[in-house]
Structures are given as structure tokens and as C-alpha cells.
Design a protein. Structure first.
Length: 277
């Protein structure tokens, strides 16, 4: 009996589909390959209730269903993508604040702990990066702290920018770091890199202005921006406890849902990249 039978037996039953080994094999044969840019929930062969079930469970990151749903998604793709799409997605969450008790660094850490299965998040900051100076660059080259951050980004499949908001805009410290990186190797670091942007601020608007202010820069850098959800943590002083743990339940839920969507986005980008090679 095939592995697919053991894996998908319960999921097929839940979706109201015949779930004998033959029926599961026939379903996969009939509907494969599902294009890489189509989310499983958007596949044309589901009825409304089936699509809604898949979408809901992914959004909730329901532990008993998400892995099965991801496996079914993989099994329906082109053969080369199955292997690649199943591997872990590495994400670098880059905080744009240097503050020891930064809410944005705390948000990056919360993302790390809420990462869905199959996604590994490493947290990085901009400590040690000097102010950009063309003379420094000409005389000494790219600073070690920038080289280090470049290596961390190149080692990841995706970038998650965690931005504060200063005076309705992008904080200078964060922009300075990105400017240095653009000098280090703009194309390799940013072009087509799956990128998300989230942030926390103390006002009621939760970095909506700074996230919008990043857009022209991200466009120029050529990242592939995730726009399937948003995390705008407002009144951050009430969302985190004194130890920097994200305690606000609604924010935790929203962050989890965002990461789930971002995971699918990164996974599909990886699969598309691998099939283009
Ligand atoms: C120079 C400066 C400007 C700020 N401007 C804004 C702003 O426009 N909107 C906002 O929501 N918060 C603003 N804040 C408050 C920040 O949201 C708050 O300092 C937050 O804690 C910064 O993020 P961090 O905790 O990650 O360092 C500003 C803070 C500073 C220092």
C-alpha cells in the first residue's frame, strides 16, 4: 500500500473525498501537476467547503492538519518541486532597532518561536554597522559587520524585515544598514529574494507609515515582497511583557497566521527557483 494512503487517509475523509488507496492515487494522478504559483486552497478542483477548510486550517496553523495539507500540496506539484518544497525554509528576521529592550527585536523573537513547522527563523540585528560613508567604502571596503549580515542573508531563503517607525517613516539606522548591504552586492542579496515586512510601534497605527515608506526602496532593490497579510503591532508597550515576550493573544494569533502564509510563499518561491534551474 502506498505511503500516500497512510498520509492522506484522514485528510481525504475530512474533505469528503473517497479515501481508499486506489482513490487517493487516482485523485493525485488526475490533478497533478498543480502549478507552483497556485496555492493549494485556490486549486480549481475543490468545492467551496473544501477550499475553506484548507484555508482555515492553514491560517490557524492547526497542528493536526497543516503538515498533511502541506504534504498534499507537495504531492500535487511537479516531481522536482516535491523534494525541494518539502525542505526547511530558512528565514532571517532582521530587526531595525538597536535598543536592548526593542519591541521590534522582541517581535522578531516572537516570530522565531511561532514559526510553523518547516520554517526556521534566525534573528539578526544591525549592531556594529557604521554610518555609511563613501570614503570609508572607498578606503576600507565593506565593513565586517555588513559582510557578516550579507552572509546571513545569503544563507537564508527569505528575509523578514522587522521595522520600527520614526516620525512616520523608516528609521535611519535600518535604512543605513540596508544602504550598506546594497553596496555589498545588491543583486545577490536582494534581487527576487522573498521578503516580508512587519513591525511594532507605540502608537495606535503600528508602523503602517514606515512599512509603506519602505516600499519604494524594496521595489528598487528588486525583492519579491510578500503581501498576503500584515503584522502592525500597535501600542507595543501593551503587547509585550517586561521580559519581551509577546503576550497579547490576538497579536500572537495574527503573527502565527502571517508566518503560515509567508511560509507557503517562501516554499513556492523556492520550488519555482529550483524548477527554473
Ligand atoms: C525619533 C523617534 C520617532 C518616533 N516616531 C514614531 C512614529 O512616527 N510613530 C510611532 O508609532 N512611533 C514613533 N516613535 C516611537 C516608537 O514607536 C518607539 O520608540 C518604539 O519603541 C521603537 O521601536 P523599538 O522598541 O523596536 O526600538 C518614535 C520614536 C523615536 C525615538
Amino acid at each position: 500500500m502506498s505511503d500516500n494512503f497512510f498520509r492522506f487517509h484522514d485528510l481525504f475523509a475530512q474533505l469528503g473525498l473517497p479515501n481508499s488507496p486506489e482513490a487517493i492515487a487516482a485523485f493525485l494522478n488526475q490533478h497533478r501537476p498543480l502549478p507552483n504559483d497556485t496555492l493549494l486552497a485556490d486549486a480549481p478542483f475543490w468545492d467551496e467547503a473544501q477550499a475553506q477548510f484548507i484555508r482555515e486550517k492553514k491560517l490557524q496553523d492547526a497542528p493536526e492538519w497543516t503538515q498533511l495539507i502541506d504534504q498534499l500540496s507537495e504531492a500535487l506539484r511537479e516531481t522536482p518541486d516535491i523534494r525541494n518544497a518539502g525542505s526547511t525554509c530558512r528565514v532571517l528576521a532582521l530587526s531595525g532597532s538597536l535598543r536592548h529592550a526593542s519591541f521590534n527585536t522582541a517581535l522578531a523573537r516572537a516570530a522565531q518561536s511561532l514559526a510553523p513547522q518547516g520554517m526556521d527563523i534566525e534573528v539578526a540585528t544591525l549592531h556594529g554597522i557604521p554610518l555609511y560613508d563613501g570614503d570609508t567604502e572607498a578606503g576600507e571596503g565593506i565593513p565586517a559587520a555588513v559582510q557578516q549580515l550579507k552572509a546571513q542573508i545569503l544563507n537564508a531563503d527569505a528575509l523578514l524585515m522587522v521595522t520600527p517607525e520614526y516620525n512616520n517613516g523608516v528609521p535611519g539606522v535600518f535604512k543605513n544598514g540596508i544602504d550598506w548591504l546594497s553596496r555589498a552586492d545588491m543583486k545577490a542579496i536582494f534581487a527576487k529574494r522573498p521578503t516580508g515586512i512587519i513591525g511594532a510601534s507605540m502608537s495606535g497605527f503600528g508602523t503602517v507609515s514606515s512599512q509603506a515608506a519602505w516600499l519604494p526602496t524594496l521595489k528598487l532593490l528588486g525583492v519579491t515582497l510578500y503581501s498576503g497579510g500584515s503584522v502592525l503591532v500597535s501600542r507595543a508597550q501593551n503587547a509585550f511583557n517586561a521580559e519581551g515576550a509577546l503576550t497579547d493573544e490576538a497579536t500572537r494569533k495574527n503573527l502565527g497566521a502571517y508566518l503560515s502564509g509567508f511560509h507557503e510563499f517562501v516554499r513556492l518561491s523556492k520550488a519555482a527557483k529550483s524548477s527554473a534551474q
